[in-house]
Each structure stands twice: as C-alpha cells, then as structure tokens.
Write a protein that binds this ligand. Structure first.
Ligand code: ADP
Ligand code: MG
Length: 231
C-alpha cells in the first residue's frame, strides 16, 4: 500500500495529474491485476539487457509525460526479436518522438513482455459525481469504440456482479469461444473487475482508470496498456 501512495505523491510533486504507464502498471500489480512485465531503460545497453531478461519477443515504448498517445507518434514498436532489433527500435522511437513531439521530455523507453494477440477486453473505472466510483466493462476495438457495447456498475462490486457485467454485454458469445476459438478465462476477468473496484474504493484520488486493452487467454490475461488519471 505504501508503494501506491508514493507513486501518487511523486506524480503530484511533479505537477502531473496522471500516472506514467509503468506507474499505473505498478498500481495494478499491487491489486493483483495482471500486467505485462516491464522495465524502464535509459540506454540501448540497458534495453538489450532487459529484453534478454524478459525474453524475446518484446515491445518497446516511449516513456514521456508529454506523450499520451504513444502509438500515434511512432512511440510503440511491437515484436522486437533480437538485440539488434532492440537497438534499432530504441533509436527509431527516439527519432520519431524528436520529430513528432520535439519538446517532449523523454524519461526513457520501456521494454515489455509482448503479450500474444488474443481477445481484447477493456476494464475502466471512473468517478460519477452522484454515485462515486464506478467500474466499466466491454470487449476491445469496435465493440467499445463504435458499438458502445459496455456495461457499468457502482463500486464496490462482488464476484457475482462482475460475472453479470461480463455476460450481459452483447459481445459476450465471443468470450465463450466463437468459430472454434477456445473460450476466454472469464474467472480472471471477474477477478480483474473486482480488484479494480477495490482499487477505486481504496484510493478515492483516482479519477479515471483505463485498462485498455487486456488480452484474455484460455488461461489468464495480460493488461497491455494502463492509464490512471488523478483528481
Ligand atoms: P497508446 O499510448 O497509443 O495507447 P499502447 O501502449 O496502447 O499505446 O500500444 C498501442 C497498441 O500496441 C496496443 O493497443 C496493443 O494493441 C499493442 N501493444 C502495446 N503493448 C503491447 C504488449 N506489451 N504486448 C502486446 N501488444 C502490445
Ligand atoms: Mg493504448
């Protein structure tokens, strides 16, 4: 618990109203929400060392308080498979950011475990002015963005309510296994929803939380990108 208040304190002392990706993922880990393994590198040598510790393939991403949408500015490189590719990706990310966000303060490059592609879900948290902390669930991509196929509950929620949220979205049959695909690990999504609800209840200074996407497997899940916005 100490870790979380320290992370929030650091953000506030730096005048930030949001956590950086590695900070948001550390908060998630404290609440048993599975995230991709991640290390912060500040040199090519360090990036290679971390990639080798994590195991190939890895993902490299810009770490900067001035880059909110990392992918759009060439700040995310997926499927990096060797030390040579780490070096190339590291330098390419820095070049891309210098070109597209010239004044960005660069804190480093995160080296992450590459989560294999799978069914993507989204878990969110927000603070409703009337109801307080609320949790959200939906399937990734078009389901949330275009079809608005999402569901909400007022926190705190228990396992039963979390399971209800998952089964009531229209896209639920996809999680049950669709056209021969194996069923997704719904129990793990239930845990993530319950733990997100706990986190929102315990830390009322969280204004918004966005685990988007979470890759869900036959067994287990991995949060690939996490954002937390503070009051
Ligand atoms: P952005 O800041 O643009 O939202 P993300 O961190 O979400 O950047 O990365 C963009 C996309 O790249 C993600 O939506 C996901 O599809 C993919 N991605 C990012 N990190 C990983 C990872 N560790 N493993 C697998 N895919 C990833
Ligand atoms: Mg993202």
């Amino acid at each position: 618990m100490v870790v979380i208040s320290e992370i929030f304190g650091k953000a506030k002392s730096e005048g930030r109203k949001f956590l950086l990706e590695h900070e948001a993922k550390m908060v998630c880990m404290e609440y048993d929400i599975p995230v991709t393994k991640l290390k912060v590198a500040t040199s090519v040598q360090e990036a290679i060392k971390y990639a080798e510790e994590i195991g190939y393939p890895v993902v490299l991403k810009i770490l900067s308080p001035d880059v909110i949408h990392k992918f759009d500015v060439g700040g995310v490189i997926l499927n990096v498979k060797s030390s040579k590719e780490v070096e190339e990706a590291y330098n390419k990310i820095l070049r891309n950011i210098k070109e597209k966000v010239p004044n960005a303060k660069i804190l480093g490059v995160t080296v992450q475990e590459m989560a294999p592609p799978s069914t993507e879900v989204i878990v969110g948290g927000l603070k409703d002015p009337q109801f307080g902390p609320v949790v959200m669930f939906g399937l990734g991509g078009i389901f949330v963005e275009i079809l608005k196929d999402v569901t909400f509950r007022i926190a705190p929620i228990n396992e039963e309510e979390a399971r209800e949220m998952i089964t009531e979205v229209k896209a639920y049959p996809i999680l049950e296994g669709y056209r021969g695909a194996p069923p997704a690990d719904v129990d793990t999504i239930v845990k993530i929803l319950v733990n997100t609800s706990k986190l929102m209840m315990d830390y009322q200074e969280i204004k918004e939380l966005d685990l988007n996407p979470i890759m869900v497997y036959e067994k287990g899940a991995k949060t690939v990108d996490a954002r937390i916005i503070l009051e």
